[in-house]
Design a protein around this ligand. Structure first.
Ligand code: SF4
Ligand code: SF4
Ligand code: SF4
Length: 397
């Protein structure tokens, strides 16, 4: 096939995306309606109601188109630079960062189950089960536009602090801060690794990348450091907008997930585009949004005193660096620490990837109040080689 012909799919994708973006203005991106909050089970399963999922479908399609365009651009750039090695690597589709064949640990199964169950609960629990979780402080999870069941969520009031002081008595305000901070201290960033639907969406995008054999973007320390000011900027933007009486929620990408998937009518112009950014960025770089998420940063402030810890046995560590390589958040202390046993970092989302990839028994572990939940195991790592050996029917070098 000639080089010009190879470019045809990319050109078609560009035209398709431009058309989608243009016509998106004609597609009903619904605006918030008070009465829709009281959706009954029958209404939820009606065809009319399911049509409201259309914006989410468009968001996913636009994100897929953007990913395909970026892949084409990346390939084209390598070809243009005559970087044959890189071009071949992109064409031969390496297997991402996955440890080939490694058996799934119980910890990882539990983590994925928690993420799926909590996301479903947040999105559909209120409608299908008739739950009323008002007052429970679920940072991020409890989007207030997702049924009136969660209007007193901490996420909503963190973005509407003046409203909190207007609507509640002193007792209510104290209760809000005590419950929110208490919840954040108890779980820390376990919320990010186990509960947040945005985390689940990003992990799914990463799995899709791995399955497609697409090469991800490697983030070194310098690149991670560049993201730090962005994170703080978003926190100040969030607080600035909230104190100025603005609507930070309109920018929040989570608005395009839980309320929309629950079939509710919300305005998606800004949050829809933010969601596309989240989907595309997390496809190329695992948990990219988490690296700049303002809510994650706020939860991280309490993470240092949470009972969930990452512990390191410095005697067992051989300084191989596999943990740092595997960490989606670029937490370096797990690799560099040579004295302290506690290597919990405010950026750590407690995903356990470093522990899963650590080849030395007990060198890294996740604990809750001193009790080990998950620890590094050489046997677990070797299970990957055994699986490959079984698949190939011979020795693996
Ligand atoms: S950093 Fe933000 S988006 Fe990521 S899991 Fe935590 S709360 Fe969710
Ligand atoms: S330090 Fe380990 S548990 Fe924490 S984010 Fe990095 S890989 Fe996940
Ligand atoms: S992966 Fe394990 S052995 Fe290797 S540097 Fe990290 S803690 Fe040490």
């Amino acid at each position: 096939m000639s080089k010009a012909k190879k470019r045809i799919p990319a050109i078609l994708i560009c035209i398709g995306t431009a058309a989608l973006v243009y016509f998106a203005g004609y597609i009903p991106f619904y605006t918030y309606q008070e009465e829709v909050l009281h959706t009954t089970q029958e209404q939820f399963f009606s065809a009319d109601h399911l049509v409201k999922l259309l914006p989410f479908v468009i968001i996913v399609l636009l994100a897929a188109a953007c990913i395909l365009i970026l892949l084409q651009i990346r390939e084209f750039a390598a070809w243009k630079r005559k970087d044959d090695k890189r071009y071949r690597r992109l064409k031969t589709k390496p297997k991402g960062s996955k440890v080939i064949g490694q058996k799934r640990s119980v910890f990882m199964t539990v983590r994925w189950c928690c993420m799926i169950v909590f996301s479903l609960l947040v999105m559909f629990g209120g409608i299908v089960l008739g739950f009323h979780l008002a007052g429970i402080a679920f940072p991020v999870l409890a989007c207030p536009t997702n049924l009136d069941q969660m209007v007193e969520s901490s996420c909503y009031f963190l973005a509407h602090i003046p409203a909190l002081f207007e609507e509640y008595s002193a007792g209510g305000i104290i209760l809000f801060f005590v419950s929110t901070i208490g919840f954040a201290v108890l779980l820390g960033r376990v919320i990010c690794g186990f509960l947040c639907p945005m985390g689940l969406i990003q992990d799914i995008m990463d799995k899709i990348r791995q399955k497609s054999g697409t090469e991800g973007i490697r983030m070194n320390e310098k690149r991670h450091n560049l993201l730090k000011p962005v994170k703080w900027l978003l926190v100040f933007l969030m607080l600035g907008i909230t104190f100025a009486g603005g609507e930070f929620c309109s920018f929040c990408p989570a608005l395009a997930t839980s309320p929309v998937l629950a079939g509710l009518s919300v305005s998606l112009y800004l949050s829809g585009f933010m969601m596309i950014f989240v989907l595309v960025s997390s496809f190329f770089k695992r948990r990219f949004w988490c690296s700049i998420c303002p809510m994650g940063l706020l939860i991280g402030l309490t993470h240092k005193i949470s009972p969930f810890r990452i512990k390191k046995d410095v005697q067992s560590c051989t300084e191989c660096g596999a943990c740092y390589e595997a960490c989606p958040m670029g937490v370096k202390i797990i690799y560099t620490e040579r004295e302290k046993s506690d290597v919990t970092d405010m950026n750590c989302i407690m995903c356990g990837e470093c522990i899963r990839k650590c080849p030395e028994d007990n060198a890294l572990a996740m604990t809750f109040a001193g009790k080990t939940l998950f620890r590094a195991s050489r046997k677990q790592i070797l299970s990957g080689f055994e699986n490959r050996k079984a698949q190939k029917g011979g020795d693996v070098q």
